[in-house]
Design a protein. Structure first.
Length: 131
């Protein structure tokens, strides 16, 4: 790994993960999976799926969590609209309800939380639970 650092291939500044998550969001892919072991080091797997409908509920929740983290890193907060954009969904009532339900489930599981709990339903914004 030291050789990679010397060749400026490995930055170790923590920005690489943001780039990976952002690229997955732009392509409406599910979140990447990272696995670490002593022999292979860290292996990141990218998946190709057919957007929102091609993901399981758990994969959607993971995508919402990473979307909230990315928004937070950009000094912003996630919203219902930003999640719809992340999944490439339109502004139909069906899409709004599906995303609202997904966000509520992520809040209940402790993945994300409301940024300002006193804000009305329409203007709610969310951040990662750890923030």
């Amino acid at each position: 790994m030291n050789a990679l650092r010397l060749m400026d291939i490995c930055a170790e500044e923590g920005t690489g993960w943001d780039v990976v998550i952002e690229a997955c969001e732009e392509a409406h892919l599910r979140s990447p999976e990272a696995r670490t072991d002593e022999l292979d080091g860290t292996v990141v797997t990218l998946f190709d799926v057919d957007g929102f409908g091609g993901m399981t509920k758990q994969q959607r929740k993971e995508a919402v969590y990473w979307h909230a983290c990315l928004c937070y890193a950009w000094r912003d907060a996630m919203s219902n609209q930003s999640v719809r954009e992340r999944f490439g969904l339109d502004d139909s009532r069906e899409s709004r309800l599906a995303v609202s339900r997904l966000i509520r489930e992520c809040c209940e599981e402790g993945l994300i939380r409301e940024e300002g709990p006193t804000v009305g339903t329409r203007y709610r914004r969310y951040i990662p639970a750890w923030a």
